[in-house]
Ligand binder design. Structure first.
Ligand SMILES: C[S@@+](CC[C@H](N)C(=O)[O-])C[C@H]1O[C@@H](n2cnc3c(N)ncnc32)[C@H](O)[C@@H]1O
Length: 313
């Protein structure tokens, strides 16, 4: 059994005092929490939650693809008016673990834990929520799933019924499919936060969000190390065809550069400015894979986005 303390992550992202420790139990099926705070996705999500908490009333919240439930714990600590929290994951083995983790820190909130793909658990339970947070994999790969691996980075063939060539080519189908499904599971003026790796041209993200019937707002943009590079980079490299290339960066050189320009927090810049600053360190997925395979000490980085998608009437 592995126990991680995410108290420091909550403190760093929410800039407020939190009674420590905050324990999260992990199993071999939950997406692993990394020791360095900003190597994880969920602290960036906490920053996004905090921004939205100032702008809207969130009484009901759903985390889709919650893994160990770390993202949902942040929601419990952020949204002052929260009454219901729904946590879902496609992997039935992780849902009870997430439920146990979230319940420990959700004294005044109803926790509903459901297994299923994308928004199906919400739809099947006729549940509507004010805010959905999604953190889904991008890479099509049946083999690893068939052989019982975690489903953190990969999805199986035919998982999403969206016919959008741009989303398919740029490995954004899971996000487009979630946005389309989420429309019927959101309350009036409900929102989705899509957590998406910024490995693709920014305007494509705009188009995907608009295509699904939402308005686009960039909530948080950050820079983080590419975790699980041995799992993830081959998938992106294989998808680099027909003019499609992905944006990765030489992580240590880029981090030093940002640091020397006084950019100490990994999430304070907007996407355009961050990508401009990072441009000299940019490499394709193919180059990133080659670099990583030549020496595994070469850390690869990527931009991440927390996008606020607001349902249009
Ligand atoms: C990258 S992990 C993120 C886990 C967690 N949100 C975090 O930040 O630690 C992606 C999660 O999505 C789940 N997942 C994969 N495909 C899914 C789908 N189609 N519907 C719902 N969850 C899915 C995986 O099982 C995994 O727990």
């Amino acid at each position: 059994m592995i126990i991680k303390d995410i108290g420091d992550a909550l403190k760093a992202a929410l800039s407020k005092d939190v009674a420590m420790p905050i324990y999260v139990r992990e199993t071999s099926f939950t997406y692993p929490i990394k020791d360095a705070i900003w190597d994880n996705w969920f602290p960036f999500a906490y920053v996004a939650f905090q921004k939205l908490n100032c702008a809207m009333r969130v009484q009901s919240f759903a985390a889709i693809g919650t893994g160990s439930g770390a993202d949902a714990i942040g929601a419990c600590y952020t949204f002052d008016q929260l009454k219901t929290i729904v946590i879902t994951d496609i992997d039935e083995r992780v849902v009870p673990v997430a439920q146990e983790n979230v319940k420990r820190y959700a004294a005044t909130v109803d926790v509903v834990a459901l297994a299923g793909a994308l928004c199906a658990p919400l739809r099947e339970n006729s549940t509507k929520v004010d805010l959905i947070y999604e953190n889904l994999p991008n890479i099509p790969n049946a083999e690893d799933i068939i052989h019982g691996f975690r489903q953190s980075s990969f999805y199986g063939p035919g998982s999403f019924r969206v016919q959008n060539q741009e989303a398919k080519s740029y490995l954004l189908e899971s996000h487009l499919a979630t946005l389309i499904e989420a429309r019927e599971s959101l309350s009036k003026q409900g929102k989705v936060i899509c957590s998406i790796g910024g490995r693709v041209p920014h305007q494509i993200l705009h188009r995907i969000v608009e295509t699904a019937g939402y308005t686009f707002n960039e909530l948080v943009t950050g820079f983080k190390v590419q975790t699980e590079p041995e799992e993830v980079l081959p998938g992106y490299s294989a998808a680099e065809k027909n003019g499609v290339i992905f944006d990765f960066y030489k992580y240590d050189d880029a981090s030093r550069f940002l640091d020397s320009h006084g950019i100490k927090k990994p999430y304070l810049l907007n996407a355009e400015r961050l990508k401009k600053l990072l441009f000299p360190f940019r490499i394709t997925a193919h180059e990133a894979l080659k670099l990583y395979r030549s020496d595994q000490n070469h850390r690869i980085g990527h931009v991440i986005h927390m996008i606020e998608a607001t349902k249009k009437e």
